[in-house]
Design a protein around this ligand. Sequence first.
Ligand SMILES: [Zn+2]
Length: 441
Amino acid sequence: MLNSSQQHRSFIIRTKWLLPVSSRPLENAWLRVERGLVTGFGTWPPRSQNGLRVIDQDNTIITTGFINAHTHLEFSSCQEPFNTAGGLHEWIRDVVAWKRQQSTSFVDSARNNAAIVSGIHESAACGVVALGEIATTNTFYNKIPNRPRLRVFREFLGFDSPASHAGLSREATCLGDAQRLSRAGIAVGLSPHAPYSTQWNVGKTVANASRKSLRRRGLRRGKNRTLTPLAMHLAESQFEAEFLTTQTGHFRTLFEDLGVWPDKTPNLATTADWISLLATSDRGLIIHGTHLHNDQVALSQLQLHRQKLIAVVCPRTTLALSGKLPPISEFKKSGIRICLGTDGRGSNPDLSIRAEAACLIESGLVTPQEALSMISVNGAWALGFEHRTGCIATGRPADFVILKPSVSPNTADQATMTIFDSMTKVVATFRGGRPIAGDFL
Ligand SMILES: [Zn+2]
């Protein structure tokens, strides 16, 4: 067995099924890893073993590590989700009450950090090698060892911009957080929260910061520009469009009850406006989009900008909060990419990205092959990691997962389907040839 202290991250691993995603599935296969990179794979036996140790994982399936493109890990300490029965606006009441209980004291900050660490470990144990995380505070992601790759989106929201501390506006404080994370080596993104909670001028500031960041880094590095993607929850509630137009209804009542409705009428924008703003960045993540198919103007914007946008759907959260599944067929028709997220444990019982995919497969909305693409190559594209992870290919970091099925599959299609079987167990998750969860730690 390997262990976490293995220095060279070099070995050959043998498996019953290898599903690289970058190429066709292989039965009775080998995968060679040298210094953390994939240097070859094929049908057993390899021509030469180069003196490398062979690890026999017969009766397993090896495939690329999974990508969970949308989480809120601060909720990872929740033993069960907040009540979703009343829909999004009622769920937000519980979330805000919970968050207001969390003070800024050192103890609660430590509790928040512990929740994030717990969520990261749970994700790795689910086979995840990269996470898109929404951050509401400047936390310590860079200090967490043995973790999946992270794209941390700093969240922005609010109807006004009062000076928070040290004379800085809320936006400036959030941008400062993002810059600190970036300097600490974390890939960052920016996230205007949602159209019902974020003023249009805040969104424009955030989009502008994303574009400036692209230019500045591009000049400094003198090579491929570093992305600063934008992510936003859109069309999440059936009452959202009404509120954006008339500023009345459940959301108005909610914000008045919470004491955050401003004296001056906030400047809110439509879903279509936000989609076109997200597309001014090189990459925009549209999270949920549950009711987007009812908005023809928004749909046409989606289609127009499909090369720069991706829909990130969280099926179990959407089902719990809206009583329906995401509009996958409409997204497919628009030509937009689709990937998956678990959302956080505030709305979902766990962080299993395979369970999200299984939910769509069981409903007949996607095939197992489509689901695998959504939680691999598409998710990697959403996070700007498409050159690092999302498939098993020679020359790439060895990001993969070893799965143990309850019944050994006989065909490639069965093997793909078996990935999403709840009886299939994650044996281990590897990032860059190093185990980050499972039996090899
Ligand atoms: Zn979310």
